[in-house]
Write a protein that binds this ligand. Structure first.
Ligand SMILES: Nc1nc2c(c(=O)[nH]1)N[C@H]1C(S)=C(S)[C@@H](COP(=O)(O)OP(=O)(O)OC[C@H]3O[C@@H](n4cnc5c(=O)[nH]c(N)nc54)[C@H](O)[C@@H]3O)O[C@H]1N2
Ligand SMILES: Nc1nc2c(c(=O)[nH]1)N[C@H]1C(S)=C(S)[C@@H](COP(=O)(O)OP(=O)(O)OC[C@H]3O[C@@H](n4cnc5c(=O)[nH]c(N)nc54)[C@H](O)[C@@H]3O)O[C@H]1N2
Ligand code: SF4
Ligand SMILES: [Mo]
Length: 877
């Protein structure tokens, strides 16, 4: 075994350093890298369990043309020929790339260069449009450049942190752990502004449960109040910031939250000048997301809380390389290196690349791009490292567009994704642990992602595939890089075009790096800790206060509820990797519809029952979960489930395609909805060694070819150690035979109660599958039978009962996936006297590894009735 390889986590924009110890051809153990500035050795549950996702299950290992395997030359020739024909017949704007913040900077740079410089269209956009575009637009309006003006160390040194629309404890857990430390060591106060009472909000000193899109009113009122309290110093403001004449008079003082909550917020803000406001999707994913970003930035600019230690408006990025994509021009409305489409800047770029066809102006943003595909204006689409059939809003429309598009190329690591089903050509890419290059995290820290394994099968790095296509189109010389180091050098040299115009993006010092130096490159931060400390790259050198007004209230009598969408702690996006991890799959096995208990009662919804949510875009079905943390009249569902993982649980059937007028980012967090309970004839669950994709009645496209159940009302599947666990519900007859594999069947049935249980054993008595169905009764617990898959040990009676004859403790819902500790274990620890998260950790080990479940433990501890203390006898006088 060699030394561990230093690399960066595959998931979120925190960008944690990882020490990867390769232990076999496709196995690796993972630790946090204590020397990495983003995490100092910490990792969350997703990073900790990266090792479970590096197997080759489901991988695309050869190029595919239609359903046939092809060699690379055939596939690349076809891609280039189709692209050439399309450009010749319909012009460069008939071609588009839709790429991703999960590409490395080098891949991203190559794709952008090919589209904007050589094909000659601006039509390259990225899933960052769904993610960061509003923050980018807000930065550009306020600072004149897309700059995050602060760093993680400001979180360590702040006295007050506001989290706006960020479930940090789940989505940026290592940043959350830094906040926990700051709170423990310097008493940092925490405010969470989120309509839902998330696990993050549970831990806050103050939770402001704003109405959806109530943030602008709140921040405007907060700014007005801070000025009234004398916290805006007009003289220093005039020296640093451009403020147009009517700015202060137009500020509305109505916060839109209860007066006492607002007063508490104002007191905290007034008392703590060292303040960071961290914001993410609750701010960005809105039809007024850019204005929200500027409302937040306005408060920081006006009170001077920016560019000093412990201060700043901090837009945190979602994907591992969302920031890198922004640097190299991945968004349709920017050129590489933060350059705009002004004539001079275009000329600079054309000269630097020696580009024959530099595009004339911006291309289409994601939602517009899919509209253009639907209308036949775009006729060639190349999707790289993203799954738009799931993650774009109004996915029925997006799928129609994909189905109509004459050429769809998909570069992915997996053979079957919802998007890959529309591909004419599928190209196998290198995934995390195979690819090699750089990523930039939320605080502008550039780190190496390094290969741990050789490329599997025929898979190739995305940049290589892009350059091979460019070469076939006659532009080989401009794409003749020897490796990622050469691309990085070119990008670093190109940033001189930006610095020459006063921009902060400066990597020029790395332009002369040798391949060997690139290999051992340490993480570095461009722009320094506070890149705006010396002024802004605006003509006046000053930042700008931007007028923003609260949106008009919306009401929809037919769809009276408001639907929010969010993320789960242990799943990543469309589940293509985390969905394969048995450990991570335990936290939430199904997509839940969170609804306030009183709304549920009024709507006739039952906890753990099923419900259909409908919007003007479509319908989807979820498992109901009563949650007092929801505001009345609002629902919340997860974004993650796909057609590969569920029959009806795909959330973007529901999301509206309405976008922010400035940034083009969709408003994923607020759709008008209605809901209805569903009562199936029967319910059940199935465990199976292999995991076919089932069929449901409402699928909007042809079904997948694997065997399934006709007419299932509901199904979801999730990974268990040796197979899959399916939840099922249906109407009418049950076609059990299509559900079970061949083998020896043992069966019990109880006609009166409508119960049926079947176990199937294969060679050596090994459990291949088992199904448990009922019309009206209760179903047994799942985890034990699931753990018997692939083993021949359990007795038949045990299998049919779904429990061992020596009963195992019931752990309740899984909280700590690292140590397998459930809610009931924690409750027992609290009854035994544990009063804090630390006590629970000492008794059960829960929360002592990655720490992602610490907020959940804290909530459970707080919710348990206090253990009565031993009464003290008053001492006699
Ligand atoms: N576990 C996990 N972590 C992830 C990811 C993942 O898929 N799974 N994805 C990564 C990516 S790409 C991203 S972009 C980030 C996203 O990270 P977050 O932004 O933290 O994630 P979300 O859960 O999408 O949304 C955050 C919160 O916004 C709230 N919200 C909704 N509407 C409003 C509103 O009008 N105002 C306010 N103030 N809040 C509102 C929601 O209730 C939700 O709790 O996470 C990254 N990290
Ligand atoms: N309703 C709702 N929808 C949302 C959101 C929301 O909050 N609510 N959030 C939005 C946000 S912020 C985001 S970022 C998007 C994310 O949405 P997507 O980008 O669609 O989600 P992923 O599952 O990350 O898709 C990545 C794809 O790339 C593949 N892949 C992984 N690594 C590589 C690689 O190195 N090369 C190649 N070629 N392929 C690779 C994976 O197998 C997978 O198919 O979803 C957006 N959609
Ligand atoms: S916080 Fe978790 S998911 Fe994000 S980079 Fe760090 S280990 Fe990876
Ligand atoms: Mo994102």
């Amino acid at each position: 075994m060699g030394a561990p390889i230093r690399t960066t986590c595959a998931y979120c924009g925190v960008g944690c350093g990882v020490l990867a110890q390769v232990t076999g051809p496709r196995s690796v153990t993972i630790r946090g890298d204590a020397a990495h500035p983003a995490n100092h050795g910490r990792l969350c549950s997703k990073g900790t369990h990266l090792g479970e996702t590096v197997g080759l299950e489901g991988r695309l290992l050869t190029p595919m043309i239609g359903d046939g395997e092809a060699n690379w030359d055939e596939a690349l020739d076809l891609v280039a020929a189709r692209m050439r024909e399309c450009i010749a017949e319909h012009g460069p704007d008939s071609v588009a790339f839709y790429v991703s913040g999960q590409l490395l900077t080098e891949d991203y740079y190559a794709a952008n260069k090919l589209m904007k410089g050589f094909i000659g269209s601006g039509n390259i956009d990225t899933n960052s449009r769904l993610c960061m575009a509003s923050a980018v637009a807000a930065h550009n309006r306020a600072f004149g450049e897309d700059l995050v003006p602060c760093s993680y160390s400001d979180l360590d040194e702040a006295d007050l942190v506001l989290l706006v629309g960020s479930n940090t404890a789940w989505c940026h857990p290592v940043v959350w752990q830094r906040l926990e430390k700051a709170r423990a060591t310097r008493g940092t106060k925490l405010v969470v502004i989120d309509p839902r009472r998330t696990e993050t909000a549970e831990q806050a000193d103050l939770h402001v449960a704003v109405a959806p899109d109530g943030d602008i009113a709140l921040f405007n009122a907060l700014l007005a109040e801070m000025r009234r309290r004398g916290l805006v110093d007009d003289a220093s403001l005039a020296a640093r910031v451009e403020t147009d004449a009517g700015f202060w008079t137009q500020l509305d003082a109505q916060p839109g939250v209860p007066a006492e909550t607002f007063a508490a917020l104002c007191d905290l803000v007034a008392a703590h000048p060292r303040m960071v406001t961290l914001f993410s999707q609750g701010a960005n994913q809105s039809v007024c997301g850019t204005d929200k970003g500027n409302a937040i930035i306005n408060l920081h600019l006006a009170t001077g809380r920016i560019s000093t230690p412990g201060t700043g408006p901090f837009s945190i990025t979602g994907q591992p390389n969302a920031m890198g994509g922004r640097e190299v021009g991945g968004l349709a409305n920017m050129l590489a290196c933060h350059l705009s489409f002004g004539a001079d800047e275009r000329a600079d770029v054309a000269a630097f690349w020696d580009a024959p066809n530099l595009c004339a102006g911006p291309g289409l943003k994601a939602v517009e791009m899919f509209r253009a595909i639907h209308e036949g204006r775009i006729r060639f689409l190349w999707v790289i490292a993203t799954n738009p059939a799931v993650s774009m809003p109004d996915s029925a429309f997006v799928r129609e567009a994909l189905a109509r598009c004459p050429t769809v190329i998909v570069s992915d690591i997996l053979a079957e994704t919802d998007t890959a089903r529309f591909a004419h050509v599928r190209l196998p890419a290198l995934g995390w642990g195979e690819k090699d290059g750089t990523v930039t995290n939320s605080e502008r820290q550039v780190s190496r992602q390094r290969a741990l394994f050789p490329p599997p099968g025929e898979a190739r790095a995305d940049w290589r595939v892009i350059s091979a296509v460019a070469a076939r189109l006659g532009w080989g010389e401009a794409f003749a890089w020897s490796g990622p180091a050469a691309i990085f050098r070119e990008f670093a040299a190109m940033t001189k075009l930006a610095t020459r115009r006063g921009r902060a993006l400066d990597l020029a010092a790395y332009a002369g790096l040798s391949d060997a130096e690139y290999d051992v490159m340490e993480p570095f931060q461009w722009g320094g800790r506070h890149p705006l400390a010396l002024g802004c790259p605006t003509p006046s050198g000053k930042a700008r206060l931007v007028r923003v007004a609260a949106p008009a209230p919306r009401a929809d009598a037919q769809f009276p509820l408001r639907l929010n969408t969010a993320r789960y702690r242990d799943q990543w996006h469309t589940m293509t990797r985390t969905g394969l991890s048995p450990t991570l799959s335990q936290h939430r096995r199904e997509p839940l519809l969170e609804v306030h208990p009183q709304d549920a009662a009024a709507l006739g919804l039952e906890d753990t029952g099923l419900a259909r949510v409908e919007t003007r875009q479509g319908a989807a079905i979820y498992r109901v979960a009563l949650s007092p943390g929801q505001r009345r009249g609002e629902l919340c569902v997860p974004m993650h489930w796909t057609d590969q993982m569920a029959g009806e649980g795909r959330t973007n059937r529901l999301a509206s395609p309405a976008t922010d007028p400035v940034s083009g980012q969709p408003g994923f967090k607020d759709a008008a909805a209605r809901v209805q309970a569903i009562t199936p004839d029967w319910r059940g669950f199935l465990v199976r060694r292999d995991g076919p994709v089932l069929d449901g009645p409402m699928l909007d496209e042809p079904v997948l070819d694997e065997p399934g159940l006709e007419g299932l009302l509901y199904w979801t599947r999730s990974r268990v150690k040796a197979g899959w666990l399916y939840e099922l519900a249906g109407e009418g007859a049950i076609a059990i035979d299509t559900l079970l594999p061949a083998g020896d069947r043992i069966e019990v049935a109880d006609e009166v109660r409508g119960m049926r249980r079947i176990a199937v054993r294969g060679a050596g008595g090994m459990l291949e599958a088992a199904v448990y169905l009922t019309r009206s009764g209760l179903l047994p617990a799942r985890e034990w039978v699931a753990s018997q898959l692939g083993s021949g040990e359990a007795a038949t009676a045990e299998l049919l009962a779904a429990r061992p004859s020596e009963p195992l403790p019931d752990r309740g819902a899984m909280v700590c996936v690292c140590h397998g500790v459930g809610e009931k274990d924690i409750a027992a620890a609290v009854l035994g006297g544990a009063c804090t998260v630390e006590d629970v950790g000492a008794c059960t080990r829960a929360g002592t590894n990655c720490g992602s479940c610490r907020p959940a433990i804290a909530r459970l501890v707080a919710a348990m009735p206090p253990v009565p203390s031993i009464p003290l006898v008053e001492a006699a006088e």
